[in-house]
Design a protein around this ligand. Structure first.
Ligand SMILES: [Zn+2]
Length: 330
């Protein structure tokens, strides 16, 4: 439920058929059927070019999707079903950080019309809506959302957009839950029990999602602060921990594969990431979508039954789509 695809398509905008040549082989090898693809604007484009870069990311996603027979951008549950019936890989357009909206709620309506269906208010930084959790056990701002953040949440519910609690600081997390009624999601995160930083999710927060019948997607890149513990077994430990706390209906996949972007960066930028956030420890046999079957195999080895595995891999997210994507254009 989280992949930085539009950002990469934007950076490679001078090239054609990037989706087919660079991504499709991995998606097919991993038998992907649904991906949440996130509009995300890096610091270097903000604030002046946030809106333009976000719109260009969407433009590249539509152009690349139109140039291939293998993909469909889906805006409601019916379209996800149709994609499955025709063997296409379905994209849900998501947004990570509301920076492209500036402080203009009207822009949210525009993005909705362009197909945006899920929003996380912040990345690991503060913006006009609220504050992101930091990569340390404590220390992010104590306040929750701004009044603009409240407006965005209300408008999302009115439009029929999913609200994603990934990255938001603890105060914002609780505030969003108090403002909403639909099942919440955390598209990509890890449990603090195994990696105790605010960017991840505590047992109390996990229980709050469970009480509301939401779904938590397990991230592949922050399973441990230690390289030697960043393994497929530890990845499944995160799944198991959530399932033990709130049940098998509330855990899903949020891989957030990032190694392919990290690899493209010069060493100076990798060091910048380490200084600002953390050094990511990629799981050796879980660095891209072609490795997805390794998770399935591991779940079988660890004793999960077929029906539970189906829920983790696909069914739980589809339930959320069915319940949440029932807005204006559905
Ligand atoms: Zn993220």
């Amino acid at each position: 439920m989280h992949f930085d695809l539009p950002m990469d398509l934007y950076e490679k905008r001078e090239h054609k058929n990037v989706l087919e040549t660079e991504f499709l082989p991995e998606f097919e090898a991993g038998n992907m059927s649904v991906l949440g693809v996130a509009i995300y604007v890096e610091d270097r484009y903000l604030p002046q070019n946030g809106l333009r870069v976000a719109l260009d990311q969407i433009a590249r996603l539509y152009a690349e999707t139109a140039a291939s027979k293998s993909f469909a951008i889906c805006k409601n549950y019916r379209e996800f079903q149709a994609a499955r019936e025709t063997g296409k890989i379905a994209f849900l357009i998501t947004m990570e950080g509301i920076e492209p909206l500036g402080t203009d709620l009207n822009q949210l309506r525009v993005f909705y019309e362009l197909g945006l269906r899920s929003i996380a208010l912040t990345h690991a930084r503060s913006n006009a809506a609220g504050h992101g959790g930091i990569f340390a056990a404590t220390g992010s701002p104590e306040e929750g959302l701004t009044s603009f953040g409240h407006d965005v949440v209300h408008e999302c519910e009115a439009l029929g957009m999913i609200i994603d609690l990934a990255h938001i600081n603890p105060a914002g997390f609780e505030e969003i839950l108090s403002l909403t009624t639909k099942p919440p999601i955390v598209s990509h995160t890890n449990v603090r029990r195994y990696y105790d930083i605010e960017r991840n999710i505590s047992d109390e927060q996990i229980k709050m999602i469970g009480e509301r019948r939401g779904v938590i997607g397990v991230n592949s890149i922050l399973v441990s602060s230690r390289e030697e513990e960043s393994t497929l077994d530890r990845y499944v430990d995160h799944i198991e921990h959530i399932a033990n706390l709130i049940g098998i209906d509330s855990v899903g996949i949020g891989f957030d594969f990032f190694e392919f972007i990290y690899r493209q960066w010069p060493e100076s930028r990798q060091k910048e990431l380490a200084a600002k956030f953390t050094t990511p420890h990629f799981i050796p046999d879980l660095t891209n979508h072609s490795h997805a079957r390794n998770v399935t195999r591991k779940l079988i080895q660890r004793g999960f039954g077929d029906a539970d595995i189906e829920k983790i891999l696909r069914g739980n997210w589809l339930r959320i789509f069915k319940e949440a994507l029932n807005g204006l254009n559905s």
